[in-house]
Write a protein that binds this ligand. Structure first.
Ligand code: PLP
Length: 474
């Protein structure tokens, strides 16, 4: 395609990312005819095709006509430092020139992977001083399960294999991690992902708690149900509990206050490992490198990271685990091999991108910026509650969600065919804001460099998009 030569420059903009109309059309057709997208709905794809983005700078993306959009999703919860960062681009190019790849297997490695492992041990909480690298969040969760089973087997607890997960959670798209994802819509009616190994608990969705129950009562219910499940299955069959500290793709669900501490108490009592999936919440989104300890007071046995770890510039996942687990692994007998291996585990170029991301985050105090501006984002979006089809606005810092309802009092939903989430997202798109619809929800997870002006623009645009949707539906 013939993008302007200036499109490579850090100050590139609308004009540089515009394509001649025939080329734009050809690219759109190529996508439609030949590319299977992750999470495709074939019925709507056939009709609408794709929205193709040809360039991005700062907090904006540009379509093939050169039209600018404010990216309220940071790509897919990941481009935390924004687009066009020369320091990260340079780190990637520099490492690719030095050595693009070498095997990470058995006892061979590369400098960036070793450096990054040390950096992660430094910024991770507690005794989480060890890391296994993968190519993204799904493979990190998948690898964590293998590591956990290996760990329990080494302790002579081979039957500890079951995984406790929550309805509404999202842990990935490999066969196993998809089955661990309790998101209602994650389960295609045409495929059966049920597995006896995965046990799904009630969603900790405070907004949708049983009618007439207060938050404290709801918390008691969640905890007692979890303990009953552990006892009925047998604690000696349960390996780990997986949860996002604040659920993302399942609808930015904030559990009741005190939930994490009590779940952790149960995990300790019954020798169940606590895995905190921080693929979204980590790397600054809630104002800390990791939200588990600093935001939620948790001491997980494992943290899963991905997305923001490279600010989305390269694909990387990480299983970050404890000294306690490492002590067990170190005592493994000679015949025991941990045979989980990806060709691109600890890829040097990818690790260089992560190292540059961590450097930039610290040099620019990105976490401090989020702690200061995140609450302003929350307040700006909560002002939308005066629109009568907004039932709930929830989340924390730069991880928020607006839930549309037909009736604020009863929380009744619009009929699915009203497609309310899509309608709002489509109006926002027309108005120049990228927001993501999930069912009746609109999710926002912007680049962490959002300023007060971006926050105000997002809230104003979303207000107009919801108002237009209301007019469509009422
Ligand atoms: N875990 C969580 C909490 C996620 O939000 C995601 C992706 O959205 C994943 C895991 C899967 O990560 P990936 O898409 O990088 O495989």
């Amino acid at each position: 395609v013939s993008l302007s030569a200036d499109a490579r420059l850090s100050n590139a903009g609308a004009r540089d990312f515009a394509l001649p109309e025939d080329e734009a059309k050809a690219a759109w057709e190529a996508d439609r005819q030949h590319l299977l997208h992750p999470w495709t709905n074939f019925a709507s794809f056939k009709e609408r095709g794709s929205f193709l983005v040809s360039g991005a700078r700062g907090v904006h993306v540009y379509d093939t006509t050169g039209r600018q959009y404010l990216d309220g999703m940071a790509g897919l919860w990941c481009v935390n430092l924004g687009y066009g960062r020369e320091d990260i681009v340079e780190a990637i190019a520099d490492q690719a020139r030095r050595m693009p790849y070498f095997t990470p297997f058995v006892d061979v490695g590369s400098l960036p992977a070793a450096d990054l492992a040390k950096e992660i041990a430094r910024i991770a909480p507690g005794d989480l001083n060890h890391v296994f690298f993968t190519c993204g969040g799904s493979t990190a969760n998948d690898s964590a399960v293998r590591l956990i089973h290996f760990y329990h087997a080494l302790r002579g607890k081979k039957d500890k294999r079951r995984l406790l997960v929550q309805m509404d959670s999202y842990h990935g798209s490999t066969y196993l991690t998809h089955s661990m994802s309790g998101r209602h819509t994650a389960r295609s009616p045409l495929l059966n992902f049920e597995t006896e190994m995965v046990q799904t608990l009630r969603s900790p969705n405070t907004y949708r708690r049983p009618e007439g129950m207060d938050e404290a009562g709801f918390l008691d219910l969640l905890i007692s149900e979890m303990e009953e499940r552990i006892l009925s299955l047998g604690a000696d069959t349960i390996a780990a509990f997986f949860a996002e500290p604040l659920m993302g793709a399942g609808g930015v669900i904030v559990p009741p206050r005190g939930y994490h501490a009590r779940v952790q108490g149960l995990c300790r009592k019954y020798d169940i490992l606590y895995v905190s999936d921080e693929v979204v919440t980590g790397f600054g989104r809630l104002g800390h490198f990791f939200a588990s300890a600093e935001h939620f007071g948790l001491e997980p046995d494992i943290i899963i990271s991905a997305k923001g770890i490279t600010s989305g510039y390269q694909p990387l996942g990480a299983v970050i685990y404890s000294d306690r687990m490492q002590a067990v692994l170190n005592a493994a007998p000679e015949e025991a091999w941990f045979t989980n291996g990806f060709t691109y585990s600890g890829h040097p170029v990818v690790c260089a991108a992560a190292l540059a991301t961590i450097r930039a985050m610290e040099a620019e105090d990105i976490c401090g910026h989020v702690r200061e501006n995140g609450p302003k984002f929350e307040t700006a979006l909560k002002s939308l509650l005066d629109i009568d089809i907004v039932g709930d606005v929830r989340g924390s810092h730069f991880m928020m969600c607006v839930e549309a309802v037909a009736d604020q009092k009863t929380k009744e939903l619009f009929a699915p065919k009203a497609d309310v989430g899509h309608r709002i997202a489509d109006h926002a798109h027309e108005l120049g804001l990228i927001a993501r619809s999930i069912g009746n929800l609109i999710v926002l997870s912007p680049p962490l460099i959002f300023t007060e002006d971006h926050i105000a623009e997002t809230a104003a645009t979303l207000r107009e998009a919801i108002t237009r949707t209301r007019a469509d539906l009422k």
